[in-house]
Design a protein around this ligand. Sequence first.
Ligand SMILES: *[C@@H]1O[C@H](CO)[C@@H](O)[C@H](O)[C@H]1NC(C)=O
Ligand SMILES: *[C@@H]1O[C@H](CO)[C@@H](O)[C@H](O)[C@H]1NC(C)=O
Ligand SMILES: *[C@@H]1O[C@H](CO)[C@@H](O)[C@H](O)[C@H]1NC(C)=O
Ligand SMILES: *[C@@H]1O[C@H](CO)[C@@H](O)[C@H](O)[C@H]1NC(C)=O
Length: 300
Amino acid sequence: MVVLWRLSSLLVALALVLVPRTHGWSKEGHVLTCRIAQGLLEPEAAAAVENLLPDYANGDLSSLCVWPDQIRHWYKYRWTSPLHFIDTPDNACSYEYSRDCHDTNGVKDMCVAGAIQNFTSQLVHYREGTSDRRYNMTEALLFLSHFMGDIHQPMHVGFTSDEGGNTISVRWFRHKSNLHHVWDREIILTALADYYEKNLDSLQEELVGNFTDGIWFDDVASWEECDDLLTCSNKYANESINLACKWGYKGVEPGQTLADEYFGSRMPIVMKRIAQGGVRLAMVLNLVFGDSQHGFAAAS
Ligand SMILES: *[C@@H]1O[C@H](CO)[C@@H](O)[C@H](O)[C@H]1NC(C)=O
Ligand SMILES: *[C@@H]1O[C@H](CO)[C@@H](O)[C@H](O)[C@H]1NC(C)=O
Ligand SMILES: *[C@@H]1O[C@H](CO)[C@@H](O)[C@H](O)[C@H]1NC(C)=O
Ligand SMILES: *[C@@H]1O[C@H](CO)[C@@H](O)[C@H](O)[C@H]1NC(C)=O
């Protein structure tokens, strides 16, 4: 048993190292979102999350928040690949669930907003004791936690023809990158190196400080507003495509070098989206697993 258990931890560790990540907040973005969220859980939700996590996570949700990126190319999980993003019509700068939430074959609901609804609803049924036994609730929790991060990354709700900026090659300071990756990872890594001595804990502390008692203090209540647990993801997707147009694509030509000016003006957007993703993931988990009935009323 112990050997098997260690083997599976080793495989998880190996997957972490070996699988290239082309989509999704980087590891750092997801870790921050999930750590922020876990820190805001009320006791019932905290206990439910701990219960669903495998032992090797040691109660740390953030340690498995990148899991959906690691398995998306495995045969068994190929169906999850379209669930990380939404392609919207080029230059429309708008999002509509009925028009945009489908995979490339047109299968409805197969997009990040549909996935958030799906896994939220699975967890609500689990909580109510009416869950479908075919579904794995540990996986539902990890998918929900990951996709709440992705839907807040502006370029995850991007244009169809450039795959959310993936096909727009740019230079990030001196090395080659692409516009999607700049938003997934480059901005976060440059911020970590320039301002936080590469220490994720310091960055996390400042993010939390900025909404508990700083520049975002007055905004948090509006971030958490959600009348219907199952459709609020549409609001987040709409915010993302608007930010993608206003800040992501704006002024960027293929082959261009993006450096100080782009970094300085976009970093605050990235930081705010990470914080919002964390606050909202906590809100959803608190409603789904909370003591009170309002979560279920909101979700039904
Ligand atoms: C919802 O999750 C189930 C498995 O848990 C999966 O078969 C289905 O394709 C998912 N749909 C969406 C839209 O995520
Ligand atoms: C649920 O999924 C996790 C992660 O894939 C896996 O380790 C676990 O064995 C699964 N549980 C069941 C009951 O299949
Ligand atoms: C936190 O807010 C300060 C302004 O009060 C700002 O300079 C800093 O960049 C913010 N940090 C993060 C991580 O958002
Ligand atoms: C989408 O976002 C835009 C810009 O913020 C806003 O004007 C519009 O009302 C939003 N649409 C929906 C359906 O939320």
